[in-house]
Write a new protein. Structure first.
Lengths: 404, 378
């Protein structure tokens, strides 16, 4: 415990000296730093902050030091996160490399691959996207057809991926390809790391109902991939894919957090953000939301949110003792978190009435318009990373051991 | 708050688990239910619980208890809930003891040592209407010399049929539904003017309707100050809500286990019914809901022992969430059993009946959603 107290002190001092003031201000969606070869920093201080945090390995605090990570223990990382939020520091780097690819590489990649790719994720030098789904392979992901052929010193890749997040801004894509056309479908898939900076790879944004285009289609036309970019053995890509999906599901589950959860310990209960908003739009009577039916729905939502965030906390404490990382239970978090996030936006719409139904221009505040667009975006939460129905299938099979 | 049990709590949970399996499986509940015993508990089993020290878990050591805390008694109740063990443990060791812990030292010594040592049974007479409402009290109390006199009626008094002493929530002053003016008084059940009507509930447990006609009790038996009992009452109700949530969680977990086993055994259309996606999804949703319930119970339980300024909200969180999920699971379990689910032979129906009664104890989900909203500032 004494060491931890010392660690807290050192962390406070380091953050005080290295976190620029500009990086302690609230951030908008455009202020997210995604890294990459062509990274656009919203502010010079953002670049400085990423450099400092990257050197320390604190963009990936618990990853091993030998690959550039922070090498922190569970408890040390908890302290770091507490201290970061105490000074309201912005995340120095956000990326699919951190949330999804890195953990899978640490588990499955060769020593050379780790040394090459992990430090670039930690320092934000390379921005990654995910090449999983295909037009004909959504929930039935393992039916994918994009093929990679052995050409001696390299693979040649042909086919199409879809729902590749931010592919038009990314440097590399981790991709599931078919290498064993004769094998049963799960046993003919390999996991390839593909550089997108070549003529054989092109992308095209997909316009969503929200009006935005966070996703792309990605086309492979005789794309070449060096042999050393195969992760895990040939035709053993599905094992990597499943593991990576668990990390993705945990990430999406985290979006379901928030609402009426109280800070632990001595802190005063936090007022529900949703309730405050509802009071603003429907009025209040004796301190209560004026519409009793809406109030009841918000109370149910807040109770579930509170219970869900306690469950995330419990799972993290339990995994600390078993040191096992995400498991099939991540499907439970993905299911509950994404359904809960959808409900959050439906309730906001209900509270705001016609104020939540503006598309653009006059008559609506920027925050209102953003909620409308985000409401539309949340409809993908229970589809991406495996639909809610697929998550329930996984729980039934892997957790409950129900017959197939 | 810690979301993992410590060694002491794990030990209590393990011994309660063993006790429930060996001494009070559901066949024990059926035996008591179908016997001539009207009170739906077995004195011998109760004495064993007392000998194990369970009645004294919330009693300070100086009065013969172990002071193992809310987490201790909640762990036991969760295990007993799995087999629907009927006993005076909740009313006496949780509700009664927590109230008497606020009495004067002489009364504490007299009552608590008897609870811990001899299994003296306690009960709280609170409700006056069909829904939980701790402020809605009109049962009156008046002082004459060194004595108090109570007049009025109470209903849904858990274990009121056989308790040795009853703590009565009554009104000294002010209007019905006000917090101020509520007093708590300990009364002997053999007092003159007290008439008890046992009411047999759908879960076969007893509650009682009690009529007080100028029932006398000495001023020493007052818990807290006259007219200022509400704060103590609320605190005790919150401990009790969390404890009964733990018991309900145990029952819900077991009802779910039984159902899951049935899904893996039952053949229809040439397949195990658990292979049907329509049923798998319902089972998976219940699994998720139970995980949330576990977190609510353990967080609220440990918050009492570790100290938190959010206890009231956590108690309402637990009772609201567990009540809702036990309700869901008790309904779904019967449906997923098909025809045998509505037979008395299968245990699953017993959980349905218990669920509805337990949901009502000290506030159902709607009551606690409303309270949670109030405590959160809306």
């Amino acid at each position: 415990m004494e060491n931890l107290e010392q660690f807290r002190k050192d962390t406070q001092e380091w953050l005080e000296a290295n976190c620029p003031p500009e990086m302690r201000k609230p951030m908008g969606p455009r202020d997210v730093v995604w890294g990459g070869r062509n990274c656009i920093f919203p502010h010079p201080d953002a670049e400085l902050w990423l450099e400092k945090m990257g050197e320390k390995g604190w963009t990936c605090p618990t990853w091993p030091k030998e690959y550039g990570g922070g090498g922190l223990s569970f408890d040390e990382n908890k302290i770091l996160q507490e201290e970061l939020s105490a000074i309201k520091a912005r995340p120095a780097l956000s990326s699919f490399g951190i949330w999804m690819l890195g953990p899978a590489l640490l588990e499955f990649a060769s020593e050379e691959q780790k040394k090459e790719h992990i430090p670039n994720i930690v320092k934000g030098k390379i921005r990654w996207c995910q090449g999983y789904s295909e037009p004909g392979s959504g929930s039935d992901l393992a039916s994918l057809k994009t093929k990679a052929e052995d050409k001696g010193d390299h693979f040649e890749v042909n086919g199409q991926k879809v729902w590749t997040s931010y592919a038009d801004e990314c440097d590399m894509i981790f991709t599931l390809v078919r290498t064993g056309p004769q094998e049963p479908k799960h046993d003919g898939i390999s996991f390839l790391l593909i550089d997108m900076d070549q003529p054989g790879v092109t992308t095209k944004p997909i316009k969503l109902i929200s009006g935005k285009s966070p996703f792309c289609e990605t086309f492979f036309d005789n794309a070449t991939v060096p042999k050393e970019n195969l992760v895990n053995e040939l035709n053993k890509g599905w094992d990597v894919a499943k593991r990576l999906l668990q990390h993705e599901r945990n990430m999406i589950a985290g979006m379901g957090l928030g609402g009426g959860s109280a800070k632990k310990g001595k802190a005063k209960p936090v007022t529900s953000g949703m309730a405050t908003m509802a009071k603003g739009y429907v009025g209040e009577e004796n301190g209560k939301i004026a519409n009793p039916a809406l109030r009841q729905k918000i109370a149910s939502f807040d109770i579930n949110s509170h219970a869900f965030s306690l469950t995330m906390k419990r799972a993290s404490e339990e995994s600390k003792s078993s040191n096992s990382g995400p498991s099939a239970a991540s499907s439970m978090f993905k299911y509950y978190g994404s359904e809960s996030n959808k409900l959050r936006y439906e309730l906001m719409l209900e509270a705001m009435g016609t104020k939540a139904l503006g598309w653009e221009g006059a008559g609506f505040g920027p925050a209102e318009l953003a909620i409308t667009r985000e409401w539309l975006r949340t409809k993908a939460n229970s589809i991406e990373g495996g639909t809610s129905e697929v998550q329930l299938n996984i729980i039934a099979k892997r957790v409950l051991d129900l017959p197939q | 708050m810690s979301l993992v049990l410590n060694e002491e709590q794990t030990f209590l949970k393990d011994s309660a688990k063993k006790f429930a399996l060996e001494r009070t499986p559901t066949t024990h509940f059926r035996e008591v239910r179908d016997s001539e015993i009207e009170n739906c508990y077995n004195e011998e089993i109760w004495n064993e619980m007392v000998a194990l020290g369970w009645a004294g878990i919330l009693i300070p050591e100086e009065y013969g208890g172990s002071n193992f805390g809310v987490a201790g008694i909640a762990s036991i109740l969760e295990e007993l809930g799995k087999t629907l063990t009927p006993s005076p443990l909740f009313s006496t060791a949780v509700v009664g003891v927590s109230l008497v812990n606020h009495a004067n030292d002489v009364v504490k010594k007299e009552i608590l040592t008897k609870v811990a040592g001899e299994g003296l049974k306690l009960s709280l007479a609170l409700e006056e209407s069909n829904h939980h409402n701790p402020k809605k009290i009109s049962c009156s109390i008046e002082k004459e010399g060194e004595d108090f006199f109570i007049n009025g009626e109470k209903s849904f008094v858990l274990d009121g049929t056989f308790a040795d002493k009853i703590i009565v929530a009554c009104r000294s002053s002010n209007n019905e539904s006000e917090k101020d003016g509520i007093s708590l008084l300990i009364v002997d059940t053999n007092s003159e003017g007290l008439s008890i009507t046992p009411t047999k509930m759908v879960d076969s447990r007893n509650a009682a309707n009690i009529k007080f006609d100028n029932v006398k009790s000495s001023a020493d038996n007052l818990i807290g100050e006259e007219g200022k009992g509400f704060e103590i009452l609320e605190k005790v109700l919150d401990i009790s809500r969390v404890a009964i949530s733990a018991e309900m969680l145990g029952s819900a977990l077991q009802a779910y286990e039984i159902t899951l086993d049935y899904l893996k055994e039952r053949d229809q259309f040439g397949a195990k019914i658990g292979s049907f996606q329509a049923l798998q999804h319902r089972a998976a949703i219940m699994f998720s809901e139970l995980e949330l319930c576990k977190s609510c119970v353990i967080e609220s339980v440990t918050s009492f022992d570790e100290g938190s300024n959010d206890l009231e909200r956590l108690a309402s969180l637990a009772k609201a969430k567990v009540g809702e999920v036990f309700h869901l699971i008790s309904n779904e379990s019967v449906q997923l059993h098909g025809g045998v689910g509505v037979t008395d032979e299968y245990d699953i129906g017993l959980y349905l009946k218990r669920a509805r009664v337990a949901e009502q104890i000290f506030g159902n989900s709607e009551f606690h959603k409303n309270r949670y909203a109030e405590l959160t500032g809306y």
